[in-house]
Design a binder for this molecule. Structure first.
Ligand SMILES: [Zn+2]
Length: 315
């Protein structure tokens, strides 16, 4: 029975006073100028207050749940994309702090190369070949960004999870080549197997879902094989919304909670998966990267056909 009380419903008021950066508006926190970021079209922030705002959202998400022990070894997912680049920077900033607010974890990073799935298209192999080199560059960038900050970075491929023989993630070292690691982590048989799985999907949303499930399995299994029990995933609030809508659209709403909660335990490997960015929106992460002048790759958006799936509509 519906429990909505219609008497308490309020009409949504359209925004009539949109604020733009560079105008005479002042920061809503400190009253200072100049305003560099405007959130929700009405909330102006100066640079310092905005960075504090995003960092606080990230740190409070970890702190308030009290589920990550002090000094814990965590494996952090990195794809080189928008959320991953922000997560790398936020973790690095937290770990290198010298104050009491220092983030007390020992991070290592893991990159899962999705080039085989990302380059997939119904149009044939031409798209795969044309985009393969750009995805190799994205993987190289993602691993190099981690190693340059002094953290260990492991590499594996998405299709490696389909191998009947376990394929352990490989350590990316400074000066090494992703192409060499890629050849050791994949095979033509595994690539054909993955592409057949995607070909059999009836819709783009289903295809995205298959890739997401394989990626989650790959991350959890790789984490376990490397001896870690905790995983940080770079799911933003926007991605959480996408997951909820996708799951409901596919009739899998009962399992949505485990895909969007701050923490869930992978039932097969026992790995704890945390989502410390689940309260930060993608546009906030984009502003964060822009202000800090942090580059990121756009690999996930380049191969999607526009408006073919729920992730394409929202991301
Ligand atoms: Zn301010």
């Amino acid at each position: 029975m519906c429990s909505v009380n219609t008497d308490s419903l309020q009409e949504m008021i359209p925004i009539t006073t949109e604020i733009f950066p560079g105008t005479s508006a002042t920061c809503r926190k400190c009253g200072g100028t100049p305003v560099e970021v405007v959130l929700r079209k009405t909330d102006p922030y100066c640079r310092a207050c905005f960075l504090t705002y995003v960092t606080h959202k990230f740190r409070s998400c970890i702190g308030k749940h009290k589920l990550v022990p002090v000094g814990a070894e965590v494996l952090v997912c990195t794809s080189g994309g928008l959320a991953s680049s922000a997560l790398l920077h936020l973790v690095h900033e937290g770990v290198t702090l010298t104050s009491l607010k220092k983030l007390r974890v020992q991070p290592a990073f893991l990159h899962v190369d999705e080039r085989c799935a990302s380059a997939f298209s119904r149009q044939g192999e031409n798209a795969e070949q044309s985009s393969s080199s750009s995805f190799a560059g994205d993987a190289e960038y993602a691993c190099r960004a981690v190693v340059q900050l002094g953290y260990p970075c492991y590499y594996t491929t998405l299709e490696a999870i389909l191998s009947p023989v376990p394929i352990a993630p490989l350590l990316y070292k400074r000066g090494s080549s992703v192409e060499v690691l890629h050849q050791q982590s994949t095979s033509a048989v595994l690539q054909r197997h993955l592409q057949q799985l995607l070909t059999d999907c009836s819709s783009s949303t289903a295809r995205e879902s298959v890739v997401r499930v394989l990626l989650q399995r790959s991350l959890a299994v790789s984490c376990s094989r490397l001896g870690y029990t905790r995983l940080f995933a770079g799911h933003s609030a926007t991605q959480v919304a996408v997951t909820i809508l996708s799951d409901v659209a596919e009739g899998r709403g009962a399992h949505t909670a485990q895909h969007v909660n701050f923490r869930h335990v992978d039932s097969d490997s026992g790995v704890e998966v945390f989502r410390p960015l689940r309260e930060v929106l993608e546009d906030e992460l984009l502003h964060y990267l822009t202000i800090n002048d942090i580059p990121y790759t756009r690999q996930k958006h380049t191969v999607r056909q526009p408006l073919w799936s729920i992730p394409c509509l929202l991301l």
